[in-house]
Design a binder for this molecule. Structure first.
Ligand SMILES: NC(=O)c1ccc[n+]([C@@H]2O[C@H](COP(=O)([O-])OP(=O)(O)OC[C@H]3O[C@@H](n4cnc5c(N)ncnc54)[C@H](OP(=O)(O)O)[C@@H]3O)[C@@H](O)[C@H]2O)c1
Length: 266
């Protein structure tokens, strides 16, 4: 799969941690891809960029997905640097560990801004360039929480569900122009996602969920996601046995309704 990425320009959001970091490092160390690294933590992005022995192959472009960022300006910067964008990996995200009544409208809007609107905004900014190139690939990090609701995840799950509706439509509208869309649904992957999840008063949850401690590593998940990009999968599930719940919901809904109530929120 490594040669597939050679000379392709791959822009990864949420590249400072977890699966985004692991994908970035894999591409930098094992391929000749040109990699654009985005997240808020510029120092961490520079550290990751320093893994590359050819500085011209990596571009650090920090920004905040929750703020009113200028997606067109950021896209122009990538075009100025590398002349094209082949793959946009919309990966940055924040989870939730709060019941619905404890989640303020401000938190709800911020979760949608980061997990939904930023993906739409960046994708709409890169799409005209991809159409002009007659080729491009938009990757969207959803979740199994984008396939069914779960305890303490009401707004997060809603934002991830919304991604499916939007990007399945976008796929239909632009596939004739060479645009591929891959929607990735991780189950449990061992990253900082539960530590960084928004909790009471908008504070970070700051604890790793028990179910994440023994979960698939970010590195293994990253390779599975990159493989699914190479094979241009429309939708891919990444994780362990928790992924069975997606199939139970579809094929054995009564079993799903019983099992989902036995799960710990953490
Ligand atoms: N791990 C799992 O089990 C799991 C399961 C399902 C779905 N997912 C999804 O997978 C994606 C990656 O998450 P992860 O598990 O790798 O978690 P992570 O380790 O917490 O990484 C999240 C990334 O998102 C970035 N980010 C968060 N808020 C941001 C903001 N306001 N502006 C810019 N960047 C921001 C963070 O960078 P900065 O803090 O530097 O900005 C970080 O690089 C997310 O979309 C998540 O919802 C994860």
């Amino acid at each position: 799969m490594n040669r597939y990425f050679d000379n392709k320009v791959v822009w990864i959001t949420g590249a400072s941690s977890g699966m985004g970091e692991a994908m970035a490092k894999y591409l930098i160390q094992n391929t000749q891809a040109k990699v654009v690294l985005s997240a808020r933590n510029e120092e961490k992005l520079n550290d990751i960029a320093s893994c590359c022995n050819n500085k011209d192959r990596v571009f650090v472009l920090p920004f905040d997905l929750s703020k009113n960022f200028d997606a067109n300006l950021l896209t122009e910067k990538v075009i100025q640097k590398f002349n094209r964008i082949d793959i946009l990996i919309n990966n940055g995200g924040v989870s939730q560990r709060l019941k619905a009544l404890d989640t303020s409208e401000e938190i709800e809007r911020e979760l949608f801004e980061i997990n939904y609107f930023s993906y739409v905004k960046l994708s709409k900014a890169v799409l005209p360039y991809m159409i002009h190139q007659q080729q491009g690939h938009i990757v969207v990090m959803s979740s199994i929480a984008g396939k069914f609701g779960f305890y303490l995840r009401s707004t997060y799950s809603a934002a991830k569900h919304a991604l499916h509706g939007y990007f399945e439509s976008l796929r239909l509208e632009y596939e004739q122009q060479g645009i591929f869309v891959t929607i990735v649904c991780p189950g449990k992957v061992k990253t900082n996602v539960s530590l960084n999840a928004v909790s009471s008063g908008g504070q970070k949850h700051n604890q790793m969920d028990e179910s994440h401690q023994q979960a698939m590593s970010a590195e293994v998940a990253a390779q599975k996601i990159l493989k699914s990009i190479v094979s241009k999968k429309k939708e891919v599930y990444v994780g362990g046995k928790e992924l069975l719940m997606v199939y139970f919901k579809r094929y054995c809904p009564c079993l799903f309704e019983w099992l989902i109530r036995k799960q710990s929120p953490y």
